[in-house]
Write a protein that binds this ligand. Structure first.
Ligand SMILES: C[S@@+](CC[C@H](N)C(=O)[O-])C[C@H]1O[C@@H](n2cnc3c(N)ncnc32)[C@H](O)[C@@H]1O
Length: 287
């Protein structure tokens, strides 16, 4: 990972990001602290977009597509890595045996805890180190839209493996690496290689589609750091941790949803997200 352009991107970005500076090569700890600060900064707008249902992309595409992919977690012990304000934890809690939500942002978790918790346990931790959770206690480990904006992918995937029972299911959803590549180029205003793994600051316009439908909707943006990784990096990291790949889905946005979003087909010429399902082998034992 080359870090120089990333540091300069951070130091030139207006608002709270300007304070993120590193004297040398940033440590994993330093990068995680940045994530916590950025997401604390996003928490209230993120939640407002969610509650006012102004994030139409999430409401009409992301959430239902992910829910369909996940299926039932009835009677399972579920871990949500990067749970945010708990949108999926609350879904799971309807029929799961137990739900644990992990997030690095205190403010995201404060919002989650103000909503109906139905027995959900929220913990402020980094998904890269969940060492205080005991081995092989979950049937399902889930993560939505978090890995592509967190450093330490191998550590996070190894933690998912350690925490799953043998035979347990790991599902993660990320922004598709091609989509992230496109955003990387847009952010830098020039052609950038797919293999360029410099992290970059990305501001997502959560109200992009709501504004197409109603021009009076005020703009709401959330800022995060994106870590470009290739598809093979994700899949090989899974394999190296011991997982067996069961399914990978690159969903195409349905025409009816395009209509709701007031969007053109050419906006969606590549997959927006990538959903992966992997299994921890039944024979696996953790010492
Ligand atoms: C895009 S939000 C997604 C939230 C939720 N999963 C959803 O789909 O609505 C990403 C979340 O990941 C959290 N996050 C980022 N890096 C993390 C890390 N290393 N450990 C724990 N949480 C992290 C952020 O605080 C934020 O709440």
């Amino acid at each position: 990972m080359r870090l120089m352009p990333f540091q300069s991107a951070l130091s030139t970005t207006k608002s709270s990001c300007a304070s993120f500076r590193f004297a040398g090569k940033p440590s994993l700890q330093g990068l995680l602290e940045q994530n916590a600060k950025l997401w604390d900064g996003n928490a209230s707008v993120w939640n407002a977009a969610e509650e006012s249902q102004k994030d139409l992309y999430r409401q009409y595409f992301l959430a239902p597509t992910i829910q369909k992919f996940v299926g039932s977690v009835a009677n399972k012990n579920v871990l949500d890595m990067g749970c945010g304000e708990g949108i999926f934890c609350r879904q799971f809690a309807k029929n799961a045996k137990s739900v644990t939500g992990i997030d690095i942002s205190e403010k995201m978790l404060a919002i989650a805890n103000k909503k109906p918790t139905n027995g959900i346990q929220y913990l402020k931790r980094s998904i890269t180190d969940l060492s205080n959770l005991k081995n092989e206690q979950f049937d399902t480990v889930f993560s939505s839209m978090t890995f592509m904006s967190s450093p330490g992918l191998p550590q996070s995937i190894s933690e998912a493996y350690r925490l799953l029972k043998p035979g347990g299911e790991f599902m993660f959803i990320i922004k598709h690496p091609f989509n992230l590549w496109k955003q990387h180029q847009k952010t830098n205003g020039k052609q950038i290689s797919y293999f360029n793994d410099n992290p970059f600051v990305y501001e997502a316009d959560l109200t992009k589609y709501a504004k197409k439908v109603d021009e009076h909707v005020p703009t709401v943006k959330a800022k995060s750091i994106h870590y470009p990784r290739t598809i093979s990096t994700y899949l090989n990291t899974l394999r190296e941790a011991g997982f067996i790949l069961e399914e990978m889905v690159e969903p195409e946005i349905p025409k009816a949803t395009l209509k709701i979003l007031g969007s053109q087909k050419h906006d969606w010429e590549m997959p927006q997200i990538m959903m992966v399902r992997a299994i921890k082998p039944k024979t696996s034992t953790i010492q």
